[in-house]
Write a protein of this length. Structure first.
Length: 299
């Protein structure tokens, strides 16, 4: 869940590690999530793992978004494309409040390195959700031939910070970057939305070149996400479009490549939480995002 005062709460291949090392060598912050929420802690003893285990095997290669499956002799539709996936938050953030509370430059101002994210009332954390969906999404995209880079894979104690997450996407020269999240809004607020970068040209932030392609990416993800999951766009943001434009997220402000955030649902609403804690639904969510990315990259 992106950091927002308006809201109530809030390797993949070896290349991932190589990028992280390269960034560290240039003095990047050791951590990004760009978003956040109130720091709901799982210290109440409730499990932070999903009640349903994720599949242990990689997902079989799916048919393309147009329904045509890849077969022998057919080049994968996303071959030669690089996609960076950014699992929102990190489960270790709960134990590193000092580190994640340090402020970093987001282009226009300074904001906390990261937050813990939100959770369901039963204690299923946003960080657990985002990593699970990201793994499913990675498998779907690699099956289509894409090179996938993760900003982190729960392989570090906390972070990365929001500015480093943006730098990872930029360093990879990604064709698309998607940050996976779940929201932490009020009960009754339901549905998904995709956050798009606003046109920002201030300080070290300049989104001028990515506003258009990011919107195209976001529109395709919103359309395919709705089809795959059967869920409606947010009833509290975006006026029914499932799209929300923001100028206060470092992950977007600092990006030089097309990037969006996907808020898959509201963890604080019981009906949405029931979906978000379902492994079957999370697979549908990953499929929808993958189809949206594919339709964008395939033109």
């Amino acid at each position: 869940m992106p950091y927002d005062h308006r809201k109530t709460t809030r390797r993949t291949r070896s290349r991932t590690r190589g990028l992280a090392l390269a960034l560290a060598a240039t003095g990047c912050c050791a951590a990004l999530a760009g978003c956040g929420a109130s720091q709901a802690s799982p210290s109440d003893g409730k499990s932070t793992e999903s009640p349903e285990a994720a599949p242990s095997a990689a997902t079989p290669a799916p048919s393309g978004p147009s329904g045509t499956a890849s077969g022998p002799g057919t080049a994968p539709s996303l071959a030669g494309r690089t996609v960076v996936l950014d699992p929102g938050h990190n489960s270790g953030n709960f134990r590193h409040s000092r580190e994640i509370n340090q402020k970093v430059n987001i282009g226009t101002t300074r904001k906390e390195c990261d937050t813990t994210g939100t959770s369901t009332n039963a204690g299923y954390t946003e960080a657990s959700f985002t990593l699970d969906v990201t793994h499913r999404l990675r498998d779907l995209l690699t099956a289509r031939g894409a090179e996938v880079v993760l900003t982190h894979d729960a392989d570090r104690p906390w972070g990365p910070c929001i500015d480093e997450r943006a730098k990872i996407g930029n360093a990879a020269r990604a064709d698309a970057v998607v940050s996976v999240h779940a929201d932490g809004s009020a009960v009754g607020n339901r549905g998904f939305h995709v956050i798009l970068p606003a046109r920002v040209r201030e300080g070290s932030a300049d989104t001028t070149k990515i506003v258009g392609p990011s919107r195209a990416l976001g529109e395709r993800i919103a359309d395919r996400f709705a089809r795959a999951t059967g869920t409606a766009p947010s009833n509290y943001l975006g006026s029914g479009t499932g799209l929300d434009v923001r100028d206060d997220l470092g992950g977007l402000n600092l990006s030089t490549v097309p990037k969006v955030f996907v808020e898959c649902g509201n963890m604080r609403d019981p009906k949405d939480a029931e979906l978000l804690t379902s492994a079957a639904w999370r697979q549908k969510a990953a499929q929808g995002i993958a189809d949206g990315i594919a339709t964008y990259l395939e033109g």
